[in-house]
Design a protein around this ligand. Sequence first.
Ligand SMILES: NC(=O)c1ccc[n+]([C@@H]2O[C@H](COP(=O)([O-])OP(=O)(O)OC[C@H]3O[C@@H](n4cnc5c(N)ncnc54)[C@H](O)[C@@H]3O)[C@@H](O)[C@H]2O)c1
Ligand SMILES: O=C(O)C[C@H](O)C(=O)O
Length: 350
Amino acid sequence: MRTSLLRSMESALRRSRSGSSHLLRRPFASSSAVPERKVAILGAAGGIGQPLSLLMKLNPLVTHLSLYDIAGTPGVAADVSHINTPAEVKGFAAEEQLGQALEGADIVIIPAGVPRKPGMTRDDLFNINAGIVKSLCTAIAKYCPNAIVNMISNPVNSTVPIASEVFKKAGTYDEKKLFGVTTLDVVRAKTFYAAKAKVPVSEVNVPVVGGHAGITILPLFSQATPATNALGDEEIKALTKRTQDGGTEVVEAKAGKGSATLSMAYAGAVFADACLKGLNGVPDIVECSFVQSTVTELPFFASKVRLGKNGVEEVLGLGPLSDYEKQGLESLLPELKSSIEKGIKFAQAN
Ligand SMILES: NC(=O)c1ccc[n+]([C@@H]2O[C@H](COP(=O)([O-])OP(=O)(O)OC[C@H]3O[C@@H](n4cnc5c(N)ncnc54)[C@H](O)[C@@H]3O)[C@@H](O)[C@H]2O)c1
Ligand SMILES: O=C(O)C[C@H](O)C(=O)O
C-alpha cells in the first residue's frame, strides 16, 4: 500500500516535471479510466491540513480538491493550486462556505480541531474537539450525506462515535462510510519493527487493532511480516510500548508546538488513497481502521478492513493472537468502551 501510494505520487511528479503526460493535457472528466473524485479536507490550513492538502493534490485519483478551514484557507488553496497536477483546487473559508466545500464530495477528511500539548491526553481535547466534529458532521449530513468520512480529529475513540450519532440523528448514517484514521499507528509500528528486526521497511506489514489512544493501540507484532525470530519478548514489549506512545513522543519533542503533523499527513494520504482505490473498484484494498464492528463486544473497534465501492466491504477478524496480545486486548476494552460511550453520550445530549 505504502509503496503503491509512493509509486502514484512519484509518477504524478514525473509527469508534472516532463509535461508529457496525457493526463495533464486532458482533464480527468474526459478520461474513461479515472472517475471524477472530489476530496474535501476540513481543517485544511492546520498543521496536518496543509501537508495533507499537498499530498492529496499529488494524488492522481483526485480530480477536485476542496480545502476548508475557518481561517487561512485562501493562502493554502492558492499555494497548493499552483502545483501542476490535474486536481482542481478550491478554497473555502468561513462557515457560510462550508456547504459549497462539501457539496459533491466523495471523501471528507477531517483534521479540524486542537492538538495536544505536553502533559495532555487525547481525551483532554474532547471538550473542544467534540463540538467541532459535531458541527462539521452536521454539515456533512446535510451537504454530502453519501460521502466517506475519514476522521482524524482526536480523541478518535470518541469523535467517531460522535459522528455516528450525528449521522443517525440526521437519518444519513451508513456504517460502511465512517472511518477513524488509525493509519499513523500502523505507519509507526512498521517503522519501529523494521528497524528492530532489521528488515526492509518497504516490505513490512503490521496490523494495529483496538483504538487510537495509549493502551487502546494494540500492534499485533506476532502477525508482522516479514516474520522474524530475532525479537524476544522484551523487545516485542518495548516495540508495543513505543507504538502506543508514538504520539506522545512527538508531542514532547515538539515541546508545546503541537502533535504529529507530517507523519499524520502521510498516514492520512495513505488511507484516503486506499479509500479512493476502493471506491474506484480496485480489488483487495485492506487497511486497518476504527470502524463500526462486531469483532469484539464494543460497537467500534480498529482492525483490518477490506475497502470497496461502498466504503467498508468487510471487517476482518483479529487472527491468532499471542498471549501478550490477548492480555493487551483484555486490558484495552474497558478504556475503549468508556471513550466510545463518552462520545455517544455527548452527541445524544447536544
Ligand atoms: N488520528 C490521528 O492519528 C491523529 C494524528 C495527529 C493529530 N491528530 C489530531 O488532528 C487534529 C488536528 O491537528 P493539527 O496538528 O493539524 O492541529 P492544528 O491546530 O495545527 O490545525 C487544526 C486546524 O483546524 C482548524 N479548525 C478549527 N475549528 C474548525 C472548524 N470548526 N472547522 C474547520 N476547521 C477548523 C483550525 O483553524 C486549524 O487550522 C487534532 O485533534 C490532533 O489531535 C490525529
Ligand atoms: O498524539 C497525538 O495527540 C496526536 C496523534 O493522535 C498521534 O498519534 O500522533
